[in-house]
Ligand binder design. Sequence first.
Ligand code: MOS
Length: 706
Amino acid sequence: MSVGKPISRVEGRRKVTGGALYAADNMPPGLLYGVLVGSPVAAGRIVAVRTEAALQLTGVVRVLTARDMPRFGAVTAPAAVLRLPLQSDVVEYEDEPVAIVLGETLEAAEAGAARVRVEAEAVPALVPGHGGLSTAPGEAGLGAPMRKGDLQAGLKAARHRVVQEYSQPGRHHNPIEPSATVAWWQGGKVTLWDSVQRGTNVPLVIGQALGVPSADVRVIAPHTGGGFGCKGYVWPHEVLTAAAAKVVDRPVKIVLSRAQMYSMLTYQGFIRQEVDVGCDAQGRLTALRHGVVTTTPISETFSEPATEISKNLYACPAIWTSQAVERANVNLNNAMRAPVEGPGSWALESAMDELSHAAGIDPLDLRLANFAKVDPQHGKPWSSNKLREAYAEGARLYGWRGRAARPRQDGPWRIGHGMAACTMGNFRFPATARVRLAPPGRAVVEANTHDIGTGTQTVFVQIAAEALGLDASEVSIRWGDTNLPDAGPVHGSAATMCTGAAVQAAAADARRRLAEALGANADELDVRAALRRASAEVVGEGRFRLPGNAPFDADGGTSPYAMRTWGAVFVEVGIDEDFGIIRLRRAVGAYSAGRIINPKTARSQMTGGIIWGWGKAAMEGTPFEPTHARWLAKNLSNVSIPVNADIPADIQIHFVDEFDPHASPTGARGIGELASTGVAAAVANAVFDAVGVRVRHLPITPATLL
Ligand code: MOS
């Protein structure tokens, strides 16, 4: 049995010994280095881009501006930025690309970029907190509001009620590998080496923007050096790299600088949420209203669907939600691990804690009292929901029930305990995969998937190995090339469930074909022995499809079952009363997420999610500078993220034993983003428990506690 084994990453050795190639490592002959030059103003018009000084430098080949670029075709492909830069003199956010300097060396291109002078006419920018508010019902991208039951009657009937606002700052992705694209045109076709979470999206966008058939765009995506959602969309630099290479008819490489990762890519936006929730004397919810305002750009919309959690987590007779956006001169915010329920749980699970105090009910009991036996939104049965088991095991491992009897002080540290529910939507995408069985003994999985550090390659190798009756060490994988079968994305916590199912089917198909070739019975076939006897390669194809061939399915939308992932997180914090310093002392996470294919990589995912959640709770936030309407700290030195010294050794992870036959034939649901939900609220709840200060704006820094 290969599935269920805690094996190490199949690509791990190559990554830590420098053998792994990343997009920017590719150097086709004649390569030019591109450096993007951004707008100095956040709103207004570019009057002139002065390039003479740059062009005088040795090694600077061209400086491309809006005048040199082709007019791009309209982009309608999913998961792509629709408004592309370098198309007019209008700028809508600070550092919006206005020129591309191309050099024979990176040094020449960077020196040239420093010499480009951009003259701009600024108009007053709309800044977050002072932008234009839009609540137009039905506006594209705002998501459907939920109107279940009589909200006013429910609020009136409530014995206890909490009405509060919760907010969070912008925060940026900062994967170790910045986004990078290399483009090489040959005979009207282009090859891109790109750092992505879904390579198959890129040809659609490049095809539409540059007016070429998407079949003529090949994307090779080798190792990906991290991506928390920022590589899931197709961003302007990818189109610009392909366009620049076409204009100068030489291969071009563009790597975003760390600063450009703040301004030319994406982030989780400013989000304000209001929750109004009431319960009866027994703690049963009588009404829940949840409204969200996300700050988003002038001419594109990403409204954080933070209200999804309120539609789905608790049984409640009246649930009303609303989504709105505030428009400002900012670059496009977008999904960042965990989107949706990540922000949503910060608000709802903080409010639930406040309600538990108002009602005098233990926070865990309040949640148990409102366990949703069926999906609160549509009344459908759950595909599998072991949230109560997760609550119970998490509470047991943490010692939740005995917490009052333990010391509340440790030297200068006041100790507090907090918990929150974790939940994430279940996003499914169709997927295809291939498995080759090549005598005398090789099995190879082929799927255009990627690995952002989560262990996807390893998991697919395990799934194929199990279906073939081989050891995982006997199976290898080829990935990251649009010439391979479309395997769906590595975002939305979807890959194991969806691509894994396609791999499982492909392996079963390969086994069947091998048996057929040998005149044997597939079920009884010893694949290892058969591969020694076989004379020719067999190729198995596998597919994971959704009912009605739907291109996407959220929470089992195409199924008679509602599907989500569940869990609970318990945290102990220490607060130094003199200095306001806040420390995570230990954490327990218990999860219901279907079958766990690899307990080692899964545990890493959840530990990482809790650490990431701690960063969101207590450290992260990119300051926005309103005078010039720009991100103030576009580097890693001014943005705090957790380091090892911030993280206690004692993070315990538990998975409820589960097999979900409805979400995927693998039995799995998604785990990637689940663990970073709930954490910020659990921390705020623990802070309140420790020192009685209720913080409703993230991050919870010493200044907020003094
Ligand atoms: Mo995630 S925000 O779906 O990479």
